[in-house]
Design a protein around this ligand. Structure first.
Ligand code: NAD
Ligand code: MLT
Length: 527
């Protein structure tokens, strides 16, 4: 008998799916406090949640029988994925079922902001007939800026076009050609901030997007801009939004999500210009049915030993093959992560070359890890080795695997090469017997770098004194250099320097380095 705990409200249609499963018992306890969940979790084989329950490491570590966590929705930021993977617990989600609802909610928020409907409604309920106070604006011919043009952002764009809005969007995977095909304008983040009358965010919440809309971003926006967040609390910095509303920069904000949820007493809610809903983007009958059915099917499949459709963290390989290639997964992922940091334009084609020992093993899972490393910078934690190739295809990136005999003296060598509209970049790595992974080549430069920790990649001119200047500048910022690798194309020509430093550098540290005249380019890479 498998015991399934439903810890957040989940639609009955999903429960019907579970009830049809063989040998399952279902417990529904949707108000458990964290400490109660921690106590109860050892009884269960499966846990089903939405975004309310935080599935922390301490809960997972106590869950001796737990085999699967089902997330009825997209974002898995409420689940400690590392802890789940370490403890052999598979996490599944339902990435597609609530896209329409979240897009419709966003449109409702945009219209609500424009016509001040909630404010007028509450005045009327308080017996105040205030027609002149609630004059709105049309959205027709206004510019909607979309930050994050994935599943939901794209659906919002199509709907807003129906409202005759002009759309400008920024997404690291958006190209001018794709934007043209959709009939929207392509922009960098700064263009979106500068040109939009309405800005709506649809990115995942992760290190790179946390507080991406802060005081500096508000400064760049038009006066009287409208802001919408139906994605995740934390993408917009709340204090900066508050200040921008109070100063009159922002005319109105519509918020479905905040950093701390549930939210009751937040200072933003005190402002008359703010319209808020309690994380209702996916709360429609249809979306809840869709996500509950998808996730419950996956839970039953897994409990009965079948493949799941939407794994978030699945390690799924036969033991003998796995033991042969597993050591390369980390190298591949790190090469992908490293390379994507050096690549500013949208990747169009990725070539992965395997040689030496690697030319004789099962390479597909290694490729998936390299692609996962490349994609997770922008797609966040829902990219995994199972869905990486599928997501790359969705983003129009072609992946080629090649077995070659060029070992350059290494017993195993893997090269990841990315083509973008501005050229080709590549990085090679190897596993050194007993010494672990190394990056051994970046473009045409030879290096020897452990792919871990805080790296800074510097392209500079090979001139006397440059290393000293750079070292003293970093020491002024109290940044300790742990390792340094240097190579050059020719004497006095282009050169590369890769530093491992003891802490992730602040933006101003990188800017200070860029100001040195011999330095052409500085990129921080956190591995
Ligand atoms: P998605 O993965 O399909 O799309 C996210 C897009 O963001 C990707 O195309 C990615 O390239 C882009 N992106 C990543 N980093 C970026 C950056 N720095 N700048 C600009 N774009 C960036 O995800 P989705 O299904 O469209 O979901 C979007 C968000 O909505 C997620 O945060 C999800 O958790 C949230 N969501 C909220 C609700 C709700 O109830 N309010 C419902 C569903 C989804
Ligand atoms: C999601 O990520 O799917 C949404 O935030 C909806 C939800 O949490 O139910």
């Amino acid at each position: 008998m498998f015991h399934i705990l439903i810890a957040d409200p989940i639609s009955d249609e999903g429960l019907d799916v579970l009830h049809k499963g063989k040998d399952v018992s279902i417990t529904k306890e949707t108000d458990l406090k964290p400490e109660e969940l921690e106590k109860r979790i050892p009884e269960f084989d499966a846990l089903l949640v939405r975004s309310q329950t935080k599935v922390t490491r301490s809960i997972i570590e106590r869950a001796d029988k737990l085999k699967i966590i089902g997330r009825a929705g997209v974002g898995v930021d409420n689940i400690d994925l590392d802890a789940a993977t370490e403890n052999g617990v598979i996490v599944v989600n339902a990435p597609n079922g609530n896209t329409n609802s979240a897009a419709e909610h966003t449109m409702a928020m945009i219209m609500t902001l424009s016509r001040k409907i909630p404010q007028a409604h509450s005045a009327l309920k308080n017996h105040k007939w205030e027609r002149s106070k609630y004059v709105g604006v049309e959205v027709k011919n206004k510019t909607l800026g979309i930050v994050g043009l994935g599943r939901i952002g794209t659906e919002v764009a199509y709907r807003a076009k129906g409202q005759r809005m002009n759309i400008i969007a920024y997404d690291p995977f958006l190209t001018e050609e794709k934007a043209d095909k959709m009939g929207i304008q392509y922009g960098e983040l700064e263009d979106v901030l500068r040109e939009a009358d309405y800005i709506t965010v649809h990115t995942p919440l992760m290190q790179e997007t946390r507080h991406m809309i802060g005081a500096e971003a508000f400064r760049q926006m038009k006066d009287g801009v409208h802001i919408v967040n139906c994605a995740r609390g934390g993408i917009i910095e709340e204090d900066a939004l508050y200040d921008a509303i109070v100063s009159g920069k922002v005319d109105g904000a519509a918020i479905d999500v905040l950093e701390e949820e549930p939210f009751h007493d937040h200072k933003l809610l005190e402002l008359p210009q703010v319209v808020a809903t309690p994380h209702l983007g996916a709360s429609t009958v249809e979306a809840q049915e869709n996500v509950a059915i998808d996730v419950c099917r996956d839970v039953l499949s897994h409990l009965s030993g079948e493949m799941v459709k939407n794994p978030v963290n699945l390690p799924s390989l036969p033991g003998d093959i796995l033991s042969q290639i597993e050591p390369y997964f980390n190298l591949a992922e790190k090469l992908g992560m490293f390379l994507i940091r050096l690549t500013e334009d949208v990747p169009e084609e990725v070539n992965i070359y395997y040689s030496g020992d690697l030319s004789e093993v099962e390479i597909a899972p290694i490729t998936r890890n390299a692609v996962k490393g490349m994609l997770e910078r922008h797609l966040g934690s829902h990219v995994n080795d199972v869905n990486a190739l599928f997501l790359a295809e969705k983003k129009d990136i072609t992946i080629h695997e090649n077995r070659t005999s060029t070992t350059k003296g290494f017993t195993n060598l893997m090269t990841v090469e990315v083509k973008t509209k501005s050229g080709v970049r590549s990085v090679s790595g190897t596993l050194l017997n007993g010494l672990g992974a190394r990056i051994v080549r970046v473009d045409n430069y030879s290096v020897d770098v452990m792919p871990e920790g805080h790296l800074v990649v510097i392209h500079h001119n090979d001139q006397p004194g440059v290393i000293g200047k750079m070292g003293s500048l970093l020491s002024d910022q109290h940044i300790n250099i742990a390792t340094m690798q240097v190579d050059r194309s020719d004497v006095g020509g282009n050169a590369i320097m890769i530093l491992t430093i003891d802490k992730y550098p602040e933006q101003q540290d990188l800017e200070a380095l860029k100001k040195l005249e011999e330095i052409n380019d500085v990129t921080a890479v956190d591995l």
